[in-house]
Ligand binder design. Structure first.
Ligand code: PMP
Length: 328
């Protein structure tokens, strides 16, 4: 491990961890990119770094300036983590139904959080529109705009993709990823498809999101809902538009939760819900290619400690019909 001189420089260069239990069960090699080891604890530290760097380069973000963003939590935590060190203020709009640990962490980092009722994107009070309006009213404020700001996908093209290519030494058969903004999938799929001829890219999607149907039929349809946080989208963002995808898998919350507790107990990895959904999709992909020795890479986006108040609450598990069962 290298020494770094700043939190800023410690974003990225995460390990790629073989998930032993799922790999041995399927006869494939399933790897998770350990993004929960970023300084702010999630993959969104990379997007935050990319967007801050772009705003600094353009001159929009001046010393002592303010960053405004609408976020499910992790982008806000990434921005607040890096802004603390660089001397910026952070103001966030965030739906009020996210795990309480994320609000607590934002408070610890000194960000101002405006929790708003969740509503459809078409409603002008959606956290995204509220952030945009707020930034317009504050002098010197910059709206990060993680959905349409392509500095998000670009940093995954510039860092996450090359790290994976190097860690796999070019031997990669499948890349599996869920989408929140599409930054991760957009940037890494674009890079890896250019570099590794045989790689197939699979979009993993929860119920209530339109990404699965978009890649299957061209329309952002999709019913139901999901307890997963930070993923699922029903529109083509500029970041998702960069994605180069071969197939899509819809993953149920049941498969997600059983995978989450399986890898927790068998691999020592207690992960967040999007990581578990990614691993469930990677496992399903491996099952379809059983004993082939294929290499499958996915993202461990954040850690389960960020969701303890939900995941380990037995009444929450019962209410959601998500009491964990054996995966196999
Ligand atoms: N997992 C978690 C926990 C997240 O918070 C996010 C981002 N909202 C993602 C995955 C998806 O990342 P991206 O925005 O790059 O699609």
């Amino acid at each position: 491990m290298k020494r770094t001189e700043s939190v800023w420089d410690s974003v990225g260069n995460t390990p790629l961890i073989r998930i032993k239990s799922l790999s041995e069960q399927t006869g494939c090699n399933i790897y998770g990119k350990a993004e929960f080891l970023n300084p702010g604890g999630s993959i969104k530290d990379r997007a935050a770094k990319g967007m801050i760097a772009a705003a600094e380069r353009s001159g929009a973000l001046q010393p002592g300036g303010t960053l405004v963003e609408g976020t499910a939590g992790n982008t806000g935590i990434g921005l607040a983590t890096l802004a603390a060190e660089r001397g910026y203020q952070v103001i966030l709009t965030m739906p009020n139904n996210q795990a309480q640990e994320k609000y607590q962490m934002l408070t610890a980092l000194g960000a101002e959080v405006r929790a708003v009722p969740p509503c459809p994107f078409s409603n002008p009070d959606h956290f995204y529109h509220q952030a945009k309006r707020l930034a317009a009213t504050l002098p010197g404020a910059v709206w990060a705009d993680q959905f349409e700001n392509t500095a998000n996908a670009q940093i995954h093209y510039d860092t996450t993709g090359p790290e994976i290519a190097e860690q796999c030494a070019g031997r990669l058969d499948f890349l599996v990823s869920a989408c929140g903004t599409g930054g991760t999938l957009g940037g890494t799929s674009a890079y890896l498809k250019e570099q590794i001829a045989q790689v197939r890219v699979i979009a993993a999607d929860p119920h209530g999101s339109g990404v699965h149907d978009y890649f299957k039929t061209g329309c952002f349809t999709g019913d139901g809902g999901s307890v997963t946080e930070g993923i699922g989208i029903k529109r083509l963002t500029a970041n998702l538009a960069r994605a180069n995808v071969d197939d899509a898998l819809r993953i149920s919350d049941r498969a997600m939760i059983d995978t989450l507790f399986h890898v927790s107990r068998h691999d020592g990895l207690f992960l967040g819900t999007s990581s578990a959904l990614n691993l469930a999709a990677a496992y399903q992909t491996a099952c379809a290619h059983r004993d082939s020795g294929k290499t499958i890479v996915t993202f461990l986006c954040d850690h389960g400690s960020r969701y303890v108040s939900k995941l380990l609450d037995e009444s929450w598990q019962q209410e959601k019909d998500l009491v964990p069962r054996p995966l196999f």
